[in-house]
Design a protein around this ligand. Structure first.
Ligand code: NAP
Length: 291
């Protein structure tokens, strides 16, 4: 039995085990592979990751917050996408070497592609500068983004993302503007929203105590825009979703991204492809059980 792990900090509500184990069962592979949660506290990461890499029964793993950047230095190699964005969420042991890739960028664009929505030459605003934002920004640059405006709470993290990705991808730094929320008066924030073709929420903010420090309203959006929230858990009283829908903008949440990033990870670990309807069904069922 080979184990495939999800390594992250707060992962008890993750849908990945249900999605991967359901797909393994459907394909008759549940005797060969099992997908398991591996919660790791930040102070233990170094020791835990070394144990995992030394374990003979681990085939590979997904990595989630807050370790998508930190994991890279423990691996024997990574693909170009990981090198350029500085974040890795997929690892497999190949010929005795731990090799990392990133499936978030692919997962992010697939729903757009399926809807026939192009991102080339678009003015894009991304909120957040964590592991997911890194993959999304690089993917959008690879797909021909005209400009990136990145807003993040911690300015140093935004600056690090910008300098790494511009240097690695050759994207013009003058077309990559960063702000912290503190710099944005309400009218400035509104004008950034109005001027964007695509707005991505890549933060882990919710609608409770950990809210975004900005408020959205329908006047900021219009029917030609795409508002994409990477979160897949429904947030009651979500002013981003409510405003986007009220303005008839295209609104996309993170469910399909979750499904596609999981699909491409699964195929690379097992060389077998589960049907997308199955993964979509499992994600829907699991979400309905979360409060
Ligand atoms: P991460 O590395 O922990 O980054 C979190 C980001 O959110 C940071 O930029 C952080 O800002 C920002 N943030 C958190 N709370 C905030 C608040 N109250 N106000 C403003 N900014 C706040 O996490 P991640 O891996 O990038 O994931 C980000 C989100 O994307 C999560 O919701 C995750 O579930 C989702 N995601 C979805 C998929 C999918 O398949 N659908 C895949 C990956 C990620 P600071 O830098 O200032 O701390």
């Amino acid at each position: 039995m080979k184990r495939i792990l999800l390594i992250g900090e707060n992962i008890s509500r993750s849908l990945s085990p249900a999605m991967h184990n359901g797909a393994l069962e459907y394909l008759g592979l549940s005797g060969e592979f099992r997908y398991e949660l591996m919660p790791v506290a930040p102070g233990n990461f170094d020791a835990e990751i070394k144990k995992i890499l030394a374990a003979g029964d681990v085939l590979g793993f997904n990595v989630t917050a807050p370790y998508k950047c930190e994991i890279i230095k423990y691996l024997d190699g990574t693909d170009q996408f990981v090198q350029k964005c500085g974040a890795c969420n997929y690892v497999k042991k190949e010929n005795g070497r731990w090799f990392g890739k990133n499936t978030d960028g692919y997962g992010f664009v697939m729903p757009l592609a399926k809807m026939g929505l192009g991102t080339s030459s678009k003015k894009i605003t991304v909120m957040g500068a964590g592991g997911a934002a890194r993959a999304v920004v690089l993917q959008l640059i690879n797909n021909g983004a005209a400009s990136i405006t990145l807003i993040n709470r911690c300015p140093e993290k935004a600056a690090a993302l910008k300098s790494h990705i511009c240097a690695a991808s050759g994207f013009n730094p003058e077309k990559f503007i960063i702000y912290s929320y503190l710099e944005l008066q309400n009218d400035k924030f509104s004008s950034i929203m109005v001027a964007s073709d695509i707005i991505v929420n890549a933060t882990s903010a919710d609608t409770g105590e950990n809210r975004l420090p900005v408020l959205f309203n329908a006047e900021m959006f219009n029917k030609n825009q795409i508002i994409y929230d990477l979160s897949y858990i429904h947030k009651t009283g979500d002013d981003l979703e409510d405003s986007a829908k009220k303005a008839s903008a295209v609104y996309i949440d993170g469910k399909e991204m979750l499904m596609y990033q999981g699909l491409v990870s699964f195929v690379q670990w097992t060389s077998k492809k589960p049907p997308t309807w199955l993964l979509r069904k499992i994600v829907g069922e699991e979400l309905s059980t979360l409060d």
